[in-house]
Design a protein around this ligand. Structure first.
Ligand code: TYD
Length: 208
């Protein structure tokens, strides 16, 4: 059986974690083996890099350092976990992947999509997901929700114009990355999940 690599993308607080769980349950009911992961993180090394990146004390971090650290955390996750899981025929559900770096570092930080693609192609050895679900939600509302829950990390504390740029960036990406499917995430959990099921089932038919 072939593995399937599904990525969830979207602004902070857009509901990715809730849907990741539901997608996992859906595949489990069909007898598939599931692995979840989140970025940055997912391995011991990548979790240490995550702490460095998101630490509210690291205000002096250069944007290029930041971009390289995200790519480094991802390189470790891909080689140590994601590729072996896919080779074992598992369904891999990841909250965030290269697309986050393209919009947060490439556009939000202004480093450029091409530069970010280069370091990430090197880091991931070019591994592409089968499907990317983009959770489309007003960034201001999403962020307010997130900040009210946990106060926010170094990225979430960026000003709202940064988050708006990230949101616009995601919309731009959909034009050149056909694997990205946009989901209206400002609806009930059931409505959102029904849409996701339809997209997943189409994808399964294509890949089987
Ligand atoms: P996030 O998934 O939001 O973690 P949490 O749910 O614990 O807040 O990711 C952490 C932050 O890192 C988030 O603000 C998005 C940002 N980020 C990037 O800027 N570039 C990247 O490549 C990734 C993966 C995340």
């Amino acid at each position: 059986m072939k593995g399937l690599f599904i990525v969830l993308e979207g602004p902070d607080g857009s509901g990715k974690s809730t849907m990741a769980k539901k997608i996992g349950e859906y595949f489990k009911e069909q007898g598939r083996e599931i692995e979840f992961t989140r970025e940055p993180g997912g391995t011991n090394i990548s979790e240490k890099i995550r702490e460095l990146i998101l630490d509210n004390n690291n205000i002096e971090m250069n944007y290029r350092t930041e971009a390289l650290l995200y790519a480094a955390a991802r390189a470790q996750l891909v080689s140590q976990k994601i590729i072996p899981w896919l080779e074992a025929g598992k369904i891999v559900i990841s909250e965030r992947y290269v697309y986050s770096s393209l919009v947060y570092q490439g556009l939000g930080r202004g480093l450029g999509i091409d530069e970010i693609n280069k370091i990430n192609n090197f880091g991931t050895t070019g591994l592409k997901p089968d499907l990317v679900l983009l959770f489309d939600i007003n960034p201001e509302r999403a962020l307010k929700r997130k900040l009210s829950i946990d106060g926010g990390d170094r990225m979430e504390k960026e000003n709202i114009s940064f988050h708006k740029e990230v949101y616009a960036g995601y919309k731009t990406l959909t034009k050149s990355y056909p694997e990205i499917k946009t989901i209206n995430a400002e609806r009930t959990i059931d409505e959102i999940f029904n849409d996701i099921k339809k997209i997943i089932n189409l994808k399964k038919e294509e890949t089987i």
